[in-house]
Design a protein around this ligand. Sequence first.
Ligand SMILES: [Zn+2]
Length: 250
Amino acid sequence: MLIDSHCHIHDKQFFDLSKTDEVLTHMHENGVEKCIVIGTDPLDSAAACDFASKHEEVWWTFGYHPNDFDGDKAKLEADLSAAKPILADKKLVAVGEVGLDYHFDGYNKDFQRYLLENMLQIAQDHNLPVSFHVRDAYDDFWPIFNNFHLPTSVLHSYSDSKKNMNAGLEKGLYFGVNGLATFADIVHPPLERIIFETDAPFLTPKPFRGTINMPGYVRNIAEWAADHYQQDFATISKITSENVEKIFKI
Ligand SMILES: [Zn+2]
């Protein structure tokens, strides 16, 4: 059994929601039994909640992507307070994606830090793990991370340095491995600390590069991992799925 721990198949910007059954059938045909849809702002998180309520094999997260906050603190407070009812939803399994992203020009460090601290407070208050999105920003990320007491959490789509990987390992974090591993030259965390994800519709693994990503392609990531870690496919599936089940309690 495999699990997609991070995808965006609830997002109508990317997926035709009248075809969700096809996406889920493809997922099951490939041995992927569960998936977690990831919110990227309060509205999108509400859509993720609604999507999960309609599909038994889907759970969701409450997130706010660092690049999506415009710095309006009053609006943030209003949005987070309006979201309180859905934070009690039984299929909510994490806060995320949240983090810091200094990759593209135009980012505002203060806005991003402010947002991250607010979101981590929610995670801490609700005792929820976090799916972190951190890009080119680990020096600023660690001090904020260290200020909170969070359940075992995940660095989604990890592709940073060996040094930051070791810091993450030391802090008990897990690492989201996706299609990037199949086509990019990145560091590889130890097998005991990885979970699979697709980040669908992005980062489609080999051999499907150039097409839209789907949760069923976790199978191809697992096949890559079986080869890379020199383990049989069943062992890889078991270790990574148990990691997901333990972290997100699904
Ligand atoms: Zn994502």
